[in-house]
Design a protein. Structure first.
Length: 155
């Protein structure tokens, strides 16, 4: 089983997507110079890009798969619904102070409930805010949360 070059890609991301598509079709694919090119990407581009290699007997199938137009089938499931305004504000405030992980913790996309419905996640968010940024950041978090609750559910 000899490996042959099936295609070349300008970026490592493109090569990984193509290799993933081939692997999902049951074809073993490898990207040559991926490690070298991730460090010295300017030189890798000068060398002709990233080479996608497959077994010799899979070359015809690989070319057919890579040249096929993308499918226009609708998704079986609808995409995630957008976050409510209150959760967006909290996620933005946490992301600006503590980074994206804290914003995700507060909103839990896909869970379908608000932070006030999940006290354990609220406690985790409070501990994360208090531990990482001190009491001042925790105060900002609670102030933003209270403001959001007042704006979304007026008394």
């Amino acid at each position: 089983m000899a490996l042959v070059e099936a295609a070349r890609f300008h970026t490592l991301s493109e090569a990984h997507v193509a290799a993933s598509v081939l692997r999902s079709a049951g074809i073993v694919a490898s990207i040559a110079d991926a490690h070298y090119g991730s460090v010295f990407w300017t030189e890798q581009r000068a060398l002709g890009g990233y080479r996608l290699s497959v077994a010799d007997e899979d070359l015809a199938d690989t070319i057919d798969i890579l040249r096929a137009p993308p499918l226009d089938e609708p998704l079986d499931e609808p995409l995630d619904e957008p976050l409510p305004t209150g959760n967006r504000i909290v996620a933005g405030a946490l992301a600006l102070t503590l980074g994206p992980a804290a914003g995700w913790l507060a909103t839990r996309r896909g869970a379908g409930t608000s932070l006030s419905d999940r006290p354990l996640e609220a406690l985790k968010a409070m501990l994360l805010v208090a531990g990482a940024g001190g009491l001042a950041v925790a105060g900002v978090y609670f102030a933003v949360r209270i403001l959001v609750e007042l704006l979304t559910n007026p008394p």
